[in-house]
Design a protein around this ligand. Structure first.
Ligand SMILES: Cc1cc2ncn([C@H]3O[C@H](COP(=O)(O)O)[C@@H](O)[C@H]3O)c2cc1C
Ligand SMILES: O=C(O)c1cccnc1
Length: 340
């Protein structure tokens, strides 16, 4: 039985969210100002620690990286240069430790959880029918919600699903406006004719389902198994006050409906990097979020999210480990460091 038994129950959970602790944030900002450095000189690290500390205490013992995998009926429209069987092959590769994400998770000291959704059986083709029924959508959101480890201080999110840049583009267009050509990118490597098929598939899906639905229904109509699970995981993290690092275009599109359900619905997330997938910059701008890194990645899997975990660790280490100007004055007797 799904945790969320109806769209209303899910909608209620998306509209009633814990809020950041603004007192904790202000205390962090105040301490930042007395640490032994010029004001503001740690830039985005100062923003990161204030963000993290508005959700939970400043220690990062356990980082978890959840990668959800799913397949897509829209592949029948020739929108990817890879067959759907590659999704299962890559899940096997993740399990054996041979993928990029295995190496990046290890470098980040993050526990990698790979979660195939619906036995990797595909959604409907969104050019012909809703991606998922309500029951299927609720099942996938619930699975994602329950996949977030009980004990983790930071959650990074990734995905694997051949064809999923097409459904992420369609969902982005449905949520924020525009056509296929505004949101379709190269995905895992498409040629000219492939891009034309992708744009056409997105436009036909938009014509079929329309945009005049609530954000969760749009996620159900256009998204897919792993996108719904990602939304559930981001929602669980919010309810448990766990900060979240999003990966690239697909993960950002998957959780974007939360931002439209409630003002500040994504206050607990940061986008880890600018993906080179076309559409990610506009999507980040629509959400009012500035990605942390710009490394020209266009992989998915959670690669960018894993790379940003050490930044959060670094931000917390500076804030908690640095001496204040008063500490220095006391330690060396008289020599207070001060501006002339
Ligand atoms: C070998 C391989 C490994 C990947 N790892 C992530 N993706 C990425 O590419 C897919 C999306 O691209 P599209 O929409 O064009 O199919 C997703 O699985 C995404 O995670 C991969 C793709 C391939 C082929
Ligand atoms: O940014 C992404 O999420 C992405 C980019 C290319 C391929 N798959 C995913």
């Amino acid at each position: 039985m799904s945790r969320f038994r109806s769209m209303d129950a899910l909608s209620h959970a998306c509209h009633n969210l814990p809020q950041p602790d603004n007192g904790a944030r202000a205390a962090i900002r105040a301490r930042e100002a007395i640490l032994t450095k010029p004001q503001g000189s740690l830039g985005t690290l100062e923003d990161l620690v204030a963000w993290f500390g508005s959700w939970r205490p400043l220690s990062l013992d356990t980082a978890a990286l959840c990668v959800f995998a799913g397949n897509h009926g829209v592949l029948a429209q020739g929108v990817s240069s890879w067959p759907g069987s590659v999704t299962a092959s890559m899940v096997g590769n993740f399990d054996r430790g041979g993928a990029a994400i295995n190496q990046l998770a290890r470098c980040a000291d993050a526990a990698l959880h790979v979660i195939p959704v619906n036995g990797l059986k595909a959604t409907n083709d969104i050019t012909r029918a809703p991606a998922l029924s309500e029951a299927q959508f609720l099942e996938a959101v619930s699975l994602g919600y329950d996949a977030v480890p009980e004990t983790c201080d930071l959650l990074a999110l990734g995905e694997m699903g051949i064809g999923n840049t097409t459904v992420a583009a369609a969902l982005s267009a449905a949520l924020f406006g525009g056509e296929g050509r505004d949101w379709a990118g190269l995905g895992a490597g498409l040629d000219e004719s492939g891009i034309r098929r992708k744009i056409s598939a997105i436009d036909r899906a938009l014509a079929l389902h329309g945009r005049d639905h609530d954000p969760l229904t749009l996620a159900r109509l256009y998204g897919g198994w792993e996108l719904a699970a990602l939304l559930g995981a981001a929602l669980a993290a919010r309810h448990r006050r766990i900060p979240v690092l999003l990966d690239g275009f697909v993960v950002t599109a998957a959780v974007a409906p939360l931002a439209l359900c409630a003002e500040d619905g994504l206050a607990h997330v940061r986008i880890a990097h600018y993906s080179n997938e076309q559409g990610h910059r506009s999507l980040s701008a629509k959400l009012g979020l500035s990605p942390l890194l710009d490394l020209a990645l266009r992989l998915g899997e959670g690669s960018g999210a894993a790379l940003a975990i050490p930044l959060v660790r670094a931000a917390i280490a500076c804030h908690t480990g640095m001496a204040s100007f008063d500490d220095v004055a006391i330690a060396d007797g008289t020599n207070r460091i001060s501006a002339r």
